[in-house]
Ligand binder design. Structure first.
Ligand SMILES: [Mg+2]
Ligand SMILES: [Zn+2]
Length: 272
């Protein structure tokens, strides 16, 4: 297992749209959504939209069908599978919701590839309606970060992952949105951030690249994402195996000096 954690944002990073907007638009509820948008927080609005759609007779199957049509670049799935095959620990940190993400991952055959999905809770209730709630209970225990929306500061998750790996794993973070800026600032030296070029995260990073300790590698589409991500992983793997070899050599030298040459088996004569 490589000592690499790859953290993916979901909307406009793994998939090529915003899943919330995709569902709302796909079920013809854009006007109501825009009308309610100024009146309530995003998660409450999405929960309300699911209620409206349910009362209009839209079923879970209708929502699933829309989610199955979510646009995704053809190189994203192979990129994720290749990163996994190289031994990386893959995780999702997203401000979408669990029901949408799991439905799409299942459709793409990717649900086994991620060790963790951190997102707003989303499930189907007993009446067959999707319920969506905020990741962070901002009334009772606000995260207190001024950079992030009240329902989610992705840094809280990144710092937990960093603490759980005790800083032994290198991190590659991929994202596009403003909500990905705060966690990018938490990345350490030796880590990498892959912002989507000309999207809000990239623009924010460009304002002051020195604010980040991580190395910056931008990408435009799934093909570039695949190429850059796999290159970074391979570079880290080569670096790590070189470091491991150095340690092994060092230990052998120590053994020689302690036990002497006699401890080693005699060299076999080379066949002529
Ligand atoms: Mg995004
Ligand atoms: Zn934050």
């Amino acid at each position: 297992m490589a000592g690499i954690v790859v953290v993916f944002d979901f909307d406009k990073t793994i998939i090529d749209c915003d899943s919330d907007n995709w569902v709302v638009d796909g079920l013809g509820a854009t006007d109501l959504f825009n009308q309610l948008l100024p009146t309530m927080p995003w998660n409450s609005l999405m929960d309300r939209m699911m209620k409206e759609l349910h009362s209009q007779g839209k079923t879970i199957e209708d929502i699933v069908e829309v989610l199955k049509r979510t646009p995704i670049h053809p190189r994203i799935v192979p990129a994720i599978k290749a990163a996994h095959a190289l031994g990386c620990d893959l995780r999702i940190v997203s401000d979408a919701n669990l029901f949408f993400i799991e439905t799409i991952l299942k459709h793409l055959g990717l649900q086994e590839y991620f060790s963790e999905i951190n997102t707003n809770p989303g499930y189907v209730d007993e009446e067959g309606r999707v319920r969506i709630s905020p990741f962070c209970d901002f009334t009772n225990s606000p995260h207190g970060c001024s950079l992030c929306p009240p329902n989610m500061c992705k840094s809280v998750i990144i710092e937990r992952i960093q603490a759980s790996t005790e800083g032994r794993k290198r991190m590659i973070y991929l994202g596009d949105g403003v909500g990905d800026y705060c966690p990018s600032l938490k990345l350490k030296e030796g880590d990498f951030v892959m912002p989507r070029k000309n999207f809000p995260l990239f623009d924010k990073i460009c304002q002051n690249p020195l604010a980040l300790k991580a190395e910056i590698h931008e990408w435009t589409d799934g093909e570039e994402l695949e190429h850059i991500l796999l290159n970074l992983i391979n570079t880290i793997v080569v670096e790590e195996s070189a470091a491991a070899q150095f340690i092994t050599t060092d230990c052998k030298l120590q053994t020689i000096s302690v036990s002497g040459h006699e401890a080693f088996p005699k060299a076999l004569p080379v066949q002529q």
